[in-house]
Write a protein of this length. Structure first.
Length: 262
């Protein structure tokens, strides 16, 4: 079926707006927490004491200069000190997700994992800046005074992730490469916990799942293929970086979107 932009009601695009969770979220399922930040979220995944030392992992780090202190305070509220963080994970290279990663890595001493396509840019190995998140040239120019100050600093990436990799998070997490929003965007699937963490690969509008924001998405056709890929997975809850989680009808909503963009 050819894709057509129909009415606002039928459109799989989310109307542009101020991003960020509308309310603080807290615990999504046992061991998985969402912490709303300035315009986005980070996720804390805990591993309680089971005979070993309790530990935590953090997915994304928010903006440079703004978000890390809030994230570390939240970690302490959960009963975990910065030194108990064992891994930091990047869902993609946009500055609202990795801007604070260098500071967070220094504060925790944890190793960072990111998709292999984006890892060289995050480390600063390429000699090129991370591509600007905004697609339109005139918008980039308007945002330059702010975006230049908020550009992520390079940080070491110890683990380069790829599609199908597994991580020891909760009862097991599978890395799903979901390019489109950025070339190395990843989602995390927790099959035994019924959860799917999609970063910015998807958005939410009420009880509908929508495509990522066009203004910030590198390749929308690739993003649609990622939607179809995610729709094949088994889950009950979708966790979004810029919206509260969808707990009811999530799988049906994603399959509906996948059918629409096919």
């Amino acid at each position: 079926m050819m894709y057509e932009l129909r009415s606002e009601r039928a459109s799989p695009y989310k109307r542009p707006g101020i991003p960020g969770p509308r309310t603080p979220v807290g615990e999504i399922i046992p061991g998985l927490y969402q912490r709303s930040l300035v315009t986005t979220s980070a996720f804390v995944i805990t591993a309680p004491d089971d005979g070993n030392v309790p530990s935590a992992s953090i997915v994304d780090a928010g903006w440079r200069l703004f978000d890390v202190r809030y994230l570390l305070n939240y970690l302490r509220e959960l009963g975990y000190q910065p030194g108990m963080v064992r891994q930091l994970i990047s869902t993609h290279w946009h500055p609202d997700h990795v801007g604070g990663m260098a500071e967070l890595q220094q504060s925790t001493g944890a190793e960072v994992a990111a998709h292999r396509v984006e890892a060289p840019y995050l480390r600063g190995d390429t000699g090129d800046d991370i591509p600007h998140p905004v697609n339109h040239r005139w918008v980039r120019a308007l945002l330059w005074p702010v975006s230049s100050e908020m550009r992520p600093r390079p940080f070491p990436v110890a683990t380069e992730l790829d599609d199908g990799d597994t991580l020891p998070l909760l009862h097991g997490a599978q890395v799903v490469h979901t390019p489109g929003h950025t070339p190395g965007s990843i989602s995390l699937h927790f099959p035994d916990d019924g959860a799917l963490l999609v970063g910015d690969a998807l958005q939410r509008e009420g009880d509908r799942v929508t495509l990522p924001a066009p203004l910030f998405t590198r390749d929308m056709e690739e993003a649609k293929r990622s939607v179809r890929k995610l729709a094949e997975l088994d889950f009950e809850i979708i966790c979004f970086s810029h919206f509260p989680p969808m707990r009811k009808g999530a799988r049906a909503a994603l399959r509906s979107l996948a059918e629409y963009v096919s």
